[in-house]
Design a protein around this ligand. Structure first.
Ligand SMILES: Cc1cc2nc3c(=O)[nH]c(=O)nc-3n(C[C@H](O)[C@H](O)[C@H](O)COP(=O)(O)OP(=O)(O)OC[C@H]3O[C@@H](n4cnc5c(N)ncnc54)[C@H](O)[C@@H]3O)c2cc1C
Length: 393
């Protein structure tokens, strides 16, 4: 995907949106699954779409971390596909998502003994290619390279305030070049979509003195944090050596610290150096949310060794803290949209804790915006059961 088009954000500046006369201009904030899906659907319907994200790349929690020993999918581990519209969307970019032969998931106790085994052959596990972020890179590229006319992508652009005057939205933005931060404004939008985690949406709405009626609904949403550990064992990948540790590639655990382990190197198209991603459970993550990363690394390596029996020294051990990882209590409807204000909200947190929930949320919001006169509101048509299933996919 081309680099962010930050050039229009001189300091201080006013960026006019790219809308041509008669085209509805929309700012979509957040380039994770929900935001990219919403932005693409609107752009395909003829809207002029500008997508903003504070990060250096698209993907959100479907992200990929580079290391000297290969990549880690340190957010989403895999996703499942049950909605036929998701199947259709994946078929548009077949090289960007692959099946991962990890359908058998063991549940292990504190010392690695198998408590149960689940083999869900009917529910394929999918991963982005060449890394988890590959899928959204592919989906966002027509927006970034202007092959859908009128669309733009601005990365390293954190939206800090929304302001509506005379029917048009203006966004205050902090633009980063990696070293320095400057401020800018983007204006001329008819509608704004927030495709960001519920807590961050709440803060942005509150700071912008917007939507007191939504504050209560958003306040009911609960999202768990997650500490994630990335481990690489380059010495275990010498020619002629079997791989390190267990024969299985994925497992859940009832250990008091960790809930999930996956061998990254077993995913399709990844490099073969032995690499593991380990997720702490929500309770432990919450309790240790402000711990120093080095301390978290040490504690999680110990837990990993107890469950897997791998006691070798890793060549690479890094922890990442997700403040908003997986939804525990969702909103219960696919999205929020105030047509009069021209303001919509979407994200996995509307429906659950899965990538597919984010896809459906972004899609339903876009459909609601494009076809507001439909008899049945998609917000009512797609309902989630509360609470969300606690497990990965
Ligand atoms: C550790 C972990 C493991 C997971 N495992 C799985 C799994 O195995 N299977 C599964 O299906 N799901 C899993 N999930 C959940 C899945 O990642 C999410 O459901 C999905 O990616 C959410 O997409 P989203 O678009 O709603 O939000 P996000 O992906 O969070 O996207 C929001 C985007 O908004 C941007 N943003 C936020 N605030 C601003 C702002 N003010 N200005 C500009 N940009 C902003 C962020 O940078 C981000 O890119 C996991 C998540 C985590 C963290």
């Amino acid at each position: 995907m081309p680099r962010a088009k930050n050039a229009s954000f001189a300091t201080p500046s006013t960026h006019q949106s790219a809308a041509t006369a008669g085209t509805t201009s929309v700012a979509v904030i957040g380039a994770g699954m929900s935001g990219v899906t919403c932005a693409r659907t609107l752009a395909q319907a003829g809207y002029s779409v500008t997508l903003f994200d504070k990060s250096r790349g698209v993907g959100g929690r479907m992200s990929t971390r580079q290391s000297a020993f290969g990549n880690f999918d340190h957010g989403t581990q895999y996703f499942t596909v049950r909605d036929p519209r998701f199947t259709q969307a994946l078929a548009t970019t077949p090289a960007a998502a692959k099946r991962w032969s990890a359908n058998t998931v063991r549940v292990l106790d504190d010392t690695g003994h198998v408590l149960s085994t689940h083999n869900r052959t009917s529910d394929s596990h999918w991963v982005g290619a060449p890394g988890m972020n590959g899928l959204l890179k592919a989906w966002a590229s027509p927006l970034a390279d202007n092959s859908i006319a009128g669309s733009q992508v601005h990365l390293q652009s954190r939206v800090t305030l929304l302001n509506k005057q005379e029917g048009q939205w203006t966004l205050n933005i902090e633009v980063s070049d990696g070293e320095h931060t400057s401020t800018a404004q983007a204006s001329g939008f008819d509608q704004v979509v927030l495709a960001i985690p519920s807590d961050q949406a709440q803060t942005l709405l509150r700071d912008s003195a917007l939507m007191p009626t939504w504050q209560t609904q958003l306040g009911d949403v609960v999202v768990d944090p997650c500490w994630t550990l990335m481990l690489a064992y380059p010495k275990a990948s010498q020619p002629g050596l079997a791989h390190l540790g267990p024969q299985w590639n994925v497992a859940r655990s009832t250990h008091h610290r960790i809930s999930w382990m996956a061998r990254e190197s077993s995913k399709p198209g990844r490099t073969s150096i032995e690499r593991w991603t380990v997720q702490a459970n929500p309770e432990w993550s919450r309790e240790h949310i402000n711990d120093a990363p080095e301390r978290v690394v040490a504690k999680l390596i110990k837990a990993f060794a107890e469950v897997t029996g791998i006691r070798a020294e890793p060549g690479h051990a890094v922890a990442h803290r997700w403040l908003y990882a997986q939804t525990r209590t969702p909103l219960g409807s696919s999205h929020l949209f105030d047509k009069r204000q021209g303001l919509g909200l979407c994200g996995d947190w509307c429906l659950g804790n899965r990538v597919e929930n984010a896809f459906v949320s972004g899609l339903e919001l876009a459909l609601d915006m494009v076809q507001p006169a439909k008899a049945v509101s998609p917000a009512k048509a797609v309902k989630a059961k509360k609470p969300a299933k606690p497990a990965t996919s």
